[in-house]
Design a protein around this ligand. Structure first.
Ligand code: HEC
Ligand code: HEC
Length: 294
């Protein structure tokens, strides 16, 4: 094949991957890029501080159970997910089960991603396959016995995990539904802003009433429209804060929230940020579940 023809073919293939609307059912890397930002994959899977390559493996993630390292999810065929089939990817994201049948730890928020649509996940996979492959081996997690044994995840899953796609509520507005889908399935706000029980499961009765993250020293505040929470923030205030990373009083978000805005919410469309705000304003008002330690 002559060089010119090869270039034309490659250009054609690239066009198919990124052109919007080409065969509505075909996975689209361009749509996948949006899902990727919303899902916040980059922050956990990239060790930016030590100069790590995008998605080649993450920084230490501290939890009360030990320290975890998100894996290499570049398309490298040996160290990343380059050999994975669509079915294997869907099973990892929606069931938390690896191609070899072992269970993932819930620091990988498959407990939220299970709610994502198949289309969003396959678009996401199409996008991930456009990232440069990096041959970097995964780092072992540093976790104490018995949690170091993945078998302990079986009872955990039984108590804390229900797989299944997010369901629309026809009694609500389309914007509320979009906000609910983004918050629950892709942006996993609840993984930080909801308290956990002693097994590390989310306490749904206190949904978004505030949670502790990391080793427990950082508080993700109450986001419900309660006086302890966001009662005095308008929907517009919330949407702006997700775009700019500042509170209505002009304070700059710190800790993990700065990263959420930089990596996720600032990349969303204005309509999507407004939808999240509408959803949060309609939450059940709850007093704060956690208070900052002095
Ligand atoms: C809060 C941190 C966090 C976020 C956000 C996150 N991951 Fe992960 N991910 C992890 C950790 C930790 C593991 C390793 C889990 C284990 O070893 O049980 C993992 C594992 C995986 C795996 C399994 C890889 C393998 O080699 O077996 C895939 C696939 C994956 N993540 C994809 C994604 C995608 C896609 C996103 C964004 C939609 C994402 N992750 C967001 C922390 C995260
Ligand atoms: C990785 C954990 C994490 C995730 C995920 C997360 N947040 Fe946060 N959020 C925090 C932390 C920590 C703070 C406190 C920031 C600070 O200390 O400055 C915060 C603060 C906030 C605040 C300011 C509240 C106040 O009273 O000042 C809002 C609003 C907010 N988050 C909304 C969201 C929304 C909406 C999502 C999902 C799109 C989300 N957060 C996802 C950790 C997180």
């Amino acid at each position: 094949m002559n060089a010119l023809r090869r270039v034309a073919l490659v250009a054609g293939a690239t066009f198919l991957l990124v052109a919007p609307g080409v065969g509505d059912e075909a996975p689209s890397a361009q749509r996948g890029a949006y899902v990727f930002h919303a899902g916040g994959c980059y922050a956990c899977h990239t060790d930016e501080k030590t100069g790590g390559q995008p998605l080649a493996g993450g920084p230490p993630l501290t939890t009360p159970f030990g320290t975890f390292y998100a894996t290499n999810i570049t398309p490298d065929r040996d160290h990343g997910i380059g050999r994975w089939t669509d079915a294997q990817f869907l099973r990892a994201m929606r069931e938390g089960i690896a191609p070899d049948g072992t269970h993932y730890y819930p620091v990988f928020p498959f407990t939220s991603y299970t709610k994502a649509t198949e289309r969003d996940l396959l678009d996401l996979k199409a996008y991930l396959s456009t990232i440069p492959p990096v041959p970097r081996p995964d780092r072992e997690h540093e976790i104490a016995f018995p949690y170091s044994m993945r078998i302990t995840l079986i009872p955990w899953r039984w108590l804390n995990f229900t797989s299944g796609e997010w369901q629309a509520d026809p009694a609500r507005t389309p914007a509320w539904n979009r906000g609910s889908y983004l918050v629950e399935a892709l942006l996993h706000c609840g993984e930080c802003h909801t308290p956990r029980d002693w097994l590390g499961g989310l306490d749904r009765a206190q949904w978004m009433a505030g949670g502790r993250i990391g080793a427990g020293d950082v508080v993700a505040p109450n986001l419900t429209p309660h006086p302890n929470g966001l009662a005095d923030w308008s929907a517009e205030d919330i949407a702006f804060s997700l775009e700019l990373g500042t509170t209505p009083h002009g304070d700059v978000f710190g800790n993990e929230m700065a990263e959420v805005v930089r990596g996720s919410t600032s990349h969303l469309s204005k309509d999507d940020r407004d939808a999240i705000a509408e959803y949060l304003k309609a939450l059940k008002p709850l007093p704060s579940a956690v208070v900052k330690r002095p």
